[in-house]
Design a protein around this ligand. Structure first.
Ligand SMILES: NC(=O)c1ccc[n+]([C@@H]2O[C@H](COP(=O)([O-])OP(=O)(O)OC[C@H]3O[C@@H](n4cnc5c(N)ncnc54)[C@H](O)[C@@H]3O)[C@@H](O)[C@H]2O)c1
Length: 328
């Protein structure tokens, strides 16, 4: 029996997957998960630093039934990459036949990882914000860029406030939006950026209290996307509602991890579970005055779904790509 696997590189992925496609796949995959049509165990981290390699990677498997796609995202951070001129984060997706396990494709996961990360706040902000006039970013790196790019497709924004420990990062960020329809404001402090903002998004590699609770206005939305703590505990404690993209992994990573370890946050603390809302099982924002805190942890099912769609499109197009015969 033929066992041919495709190798799908970064440039091909970008040709077959627009930003709008990724937003659409992200929203659908969340909905399918909420409907019970995705199998997704929690991610596992392999930290190689304990044995002298400067790196770690996460294994993030999923089966997405409506796409009949099974696979695993492998994404990690590698210290050696900076000296090589590569981004710190590197991602690949491996797809196998759900019925036989035969390798179907190895798909470059970098663009998928970046855009699906940006698609998440772009969808959640529609469901959770009472207004999106003023958006404050704390952290203006690559994921912040992808987030604003995707948000520009889903909501109207009048002012984007930028906070970062690096002024250069803020300038680079602004330069990436030459035709921005909103006004950019470079803020001298996080407090200046946060006070009065409708939406506050933290997307840094810091482990610090970047947002204080008194800075969050009535009706405000705070979304944290970084891997560690990014707000004071009170931003979470005193929020009227807490939203997450997935329950299990939200307790072990990101901003609420420490509160979960102290027993203050449990699976029952999450008022709004985004996949359940999209599946019609729960409501998102119900009161414009609520202060909502949301953690976006990021899940592998979206990357597997995006890679699966790329594979389907490549096969439908008939384009000849590099194929490996796995029987040889
Ligand atoms: N939630 C998800 O789905 C998801 C997906 C991918 C990456 N991430 C996480 O997003 C975060 C950002 O990733 P990135 O690729 O954009 O990194 P990046 O290095 O491109 O950008 C990070 C930015 O944060 C700034 N920063 C660092 N400490 C700061 C502080 N104390 N105050 C203000 N700004 C500060 C840096 O100067 C930099 O500009 C990381 O924690 C990463 O692990 C999350």
């Amino acid at each position: 029996m033929e066992q041919k696997a495709l190798i799908i590189g970064e440039e091909t992925v970008r040709r077959y997957l627009s930003v709008e496609d990724v937003i659409d796949i992200c929203e659908k995959t969340w909905r399918w998960y909420g409907e019970g049509n995705v199998v997704m165990p929690n991610k596992i981290t392999t930290d190689m630093s304990t044995l002298g390699v400067g790196g770690w990677f996460n294994s993030m498997p999923a089966y997405v039934k409506p796409l009949h796609t099974a696979g695993i995202k492998l994404v990690g951070g590698y210290d050696a990459n900076k000296a090589l001129g590569l981004p710190y984060i590197k991602a690949n997706v491996i797809l196998t036949d759900p019925e036989t396990g035969i390798l179907k494709a190895v798909v470059s996961g970098d663009y998928i990882n970046d855009m699906r990360t940006g698609a998440q706040p772009a969808i959640m902000v529609k469901m959770l914000a009472s207004s999106t006039d003023t958006v404050c970013f704390i952290g203006t790196g690559l994921m912040a860029y992808c987030s604003l790019l995707c948000m520009s497709k889903t909501v109207d924004i009048k002012e984007v406030r930028l906070c970062d420990i690096s002024d250069e990062a803020k300038d680079r960020f602004i330069a990436r939006f030459p035709d921005a329809p909103w006004r950019f404001v470079k803020c001298a402090s996080n407090e200046e950026g946060c006070r009065g903002a409708d939406v506050i998004i933290t997307v840094t590699n810091a482990n610090a209290d970047l947002v204080e609770e008194p800075w969050v206005k009535e009706g405000g939305l705070v979304m944290t996307m970084g891997s560690f703590r990014e707000t004071s505990f009170d931003v979470v404690r005193k929020a009227d509602k807490i939203a997450v993209d997935q329950v299990g992994q939200s307790l072990h990573r990101g901003n609420v991890k420490e509160l979960a370890e102290m027993g203050e946050i449990t699976a029952d603390s999450f008022d709004i579970i985004i996949p359940d809302v999209l599946a019609g099982k729960a409501e998102a924002r119900t009161n414009p005055k609520d202060r909502i805190y949301a953690q976006i942890i990021g899940t592998g099912m979206i990357d597997v779904a995006c890679a699966g769609v790329v594979l389907q499109k490549v096969l439908a197009s008939g384009e000849e790509l590099c194929k490996v015969d796995m029987t040889k």
